[in-house]
Design a protein around this ligand. Structure first.
Ligand code: SF4
Length: 229
């Protein structure tokens, strides 16, 4: 008898070639749920949930398997684009190690926030010059890259940050993520007049919550001060 041909893409509703190792494979995965079980494709880690009592029916349903493969393919294309097809267009830039706050969950070590370094203005400008050249060589002409000054607290190195914004205004879209405690009226005027995006870090909608987490080195909350900005 002639041997039946099995292609890599063959999906059988008759369970002939299901999980043969030569084609489409799915592995059931117990997720600890009372009614649902996972079905995962080991090659791509693409998965779906199916009702336990429908597993047999699902595995022999060619229309389900067809849809599964279609979605899996689109997921693979998206992952491929994210991993290998995108070019960087934004940079989070930390101009200082230091912070004037001591939030309970901060991931930056206390020592660094207290005694770390500021980047000099000269160094910040030089770094942005390098980034400008990089983006000019990699991005389309009509795409403006973004620089977000981040922290620790970037406003502690205001001189360098503001100099950079003034010098490179036409090459980047700038933003600043700040705890808000150092935003005086002069700084706000400088930033808003140049349409710089300002992100204020606040946890929760009331001082009762926010001040439990976000505190100065003396343990005082800053919610009221920051929300006045
Ligand atoms: S304001 Fe930001 S950098 Fe400063 S202590 Fe809080 S979380 Fe950390």
């Amino acid at each position: 008898m002639a041997k039946e041909k099995i292609t890599n893409n063959f999906i059988s509703s008759q369970k002939k070639y299901f999980n043969t190792g030569d084609g489409f494979q799915l592995q059931p995965m117990d997720i600890g749920h009372k009614h649902y079980i996972g079905l995962i494709s080991p090659d791509t880690a693409f998965w779906t949930l199916v009702k336990k009592n429908c597993l047999g029916q699902v595995l022999t349903d060619s229309s389900f398997l067809y849809k599964y493969r279609k979605k899996e393919k689109s997921f693979l294309n998206e992952m491929n684009l994210l991993r290998f097809g995108l070019k960087p267009s934004a940079v989070y830039f930390n101009p200082t190690d230091r912070c004037n706050m001591n939030c309970s969950y901060c991931y930056i070590p206390e020592e660094l926030r207290k005694h770390g370094k500021h980047m000099s203005t000269k160094r910040v400008l030089k770094a942005l010059e390098i980034l400008k050249d990089y983006f000019q060589a990699t991005l389309p002409k009509d795409q403006i890259p973004q620089i977000v000054f981040h922290g620790a607290e970037p406003m502690l190195n205001k001189e360098a940050v503001f100099s950079a914004i003034e010098r490179f205004d036409k090459y980047f879209r700038f933003g600043i993520q700040t705890n808000g405690t150092l935003l005086d009226s002069e700084a706000i005027k400088f930033l808003t007049s140049r349409k710089i995006s300002i992100g204020l870090s606040i946890d929760g909608g009331s001082g009762k919550v926010a001040d439990k987490l976000r505190k100065t080195w003396n343990g005082k909350g800053v919610f009221q001060k920051v929300t006045k900005v």
